[in-house]
Design a protein. Structure first.
Length: 175
């Protein structure tokens, strides 16, 4: 599958919102590994914010958005409680947010392409590490991150217990 990854543009917002809704509808019908909920996360505003801040990237196949990721320097507050391998004020660390793949494209290499892009973009941007959090029950994502060399750091509470999401694993990849 040919996947092109580029910076998201304003005209991608409607398609990103549809991707988020399609993904959440699919998750609601089966095993919801990340614990996401339609209308709560991810939502249109996540796409708008990522595009306005210039840190949302879209993965396209034949011009259609099949996945996306936000790479920024903004950790969740609970990240500061962890003992990371690389000490930083986050100016030289990327944090992965809103990493999505359309369910019609699962197991087609889109997730691998986005992770590889994130690592390559991190190296080109001279960041020293990439960090992320993943819900403890999201085994497909955990396997993907570990396959790409992300190392487990800690398990933390991100304050999402009201949504049934009590614990998240933190991962880091040194670049």
């Amino acid at each position: 599958m040919d996947i092109n990854i580029e910076l998201g543009q304003k005209n991608d917002i409607d398609e990103l919102e549809q991707l988020y809704n399609d993904l959440n509808d699919h998750l609601a019908k089966g095993i919801n590994f990340p614990g996401w909920k339609k209308g709560i996360y991810p939502i249109r505003q996540n796409a708008i914010d990522g595009i306005e801040h210039g840190n949302l990237y879209v993965a396209k196949n034949n011009g259609k958005i099949v996945g996306s990721v936000i790479l920024n320097h903004i950790p969740e507050t609970a990240y500061y409680k962890a003992q990371w391998k690389y000490e930083s004020d986050y100016s030289d660390v990327f944090v992965i947010h809103t990493f999505v793949v359309h369910p019609n494209y699962w197991k087609c290499g889109v997730g691998n392409a986005i992770i590889n892009f994130s690592i390559e973009h991190g190296i080109n941007s001279q960041v020293r590490s990439i960090r992320l959090d993943v819900y403890v029950g999201n085994m497909p994502a955990i396997r993907l991150y570990e396959k790409h060399g992300f190392k487990y750091i800690d398990t933390i509470d991100l304050g999402l217990g009201n949504y049934g999401l009590d614990w998240f694993k933190l991962y880091e990849k040194l670049l």
